[in-house]
Design a protein. Structure first.
Length: 142
């Protein structure tokens, strides 16, 4: 018996294939910070930026589904109101260059996490998983 697989019609469907081509548009990652530290603090570009600078047609919206969490597990998501953006950029640059560690609590909202929580993270939102979390990250695959 011969089996053939058409990624367009059999798997993605015509509408998804029209937008994303033969790429599977969803990625799944396990993020494990149990007994460790925070993940890297990041932000994914908006669609207009990624298209203009990288020629890609969609960006990386994602979500965190918390599979397990220890004491004090959390997710950092979105900037706090009224922060000093220039100070934050200076702190990020200093951390990148090997200076003091970046302290997200000064600038980013900290959300307590519990098992089975689901956090939506649209592109353009600063975020990271805090320590003591096991997260299934579901995201687009630009």
């Amino acid at each position: 018996m011969t089996w053939s697989f058409n990624i367009r019609g059999d798997f993605l469907g015509d509408a998804v294939h029209a937008r994303f081509g033969a790429e599977f548009p969803i990625r799944f990652d396990f993020l494990d910070t149990m007994d460790g530290g925070n993940l890297s603090f990041q932000v994914h570009p908006l669609t207009e930026y990624i298209q203009e600078h990288f020629g890609m047609h969609y960006t990386q919206d994602e979500s965190y589904y918390v599979l397990d969490v220890g004491d004090d597990g959390c997710v950092y998501l979105g900037l706090k109101e009224g922060i000093d953006r220039e100070r934050m950029i200076a702190d990020l640059r200093a951390a990148q260059e090997g200076g003091a560690q970046f302290e997200p609590n000064k600038y980013v909202n900290r959300w307590p996490a519990k098992k089975h929580d689901h956090f939506l993270i649209p592109a353009g939102t600063p975020h990271c998983s805090g320590k003591n979390c096991l997260v299934l990250e579901i995201s687009a695959t630009p």
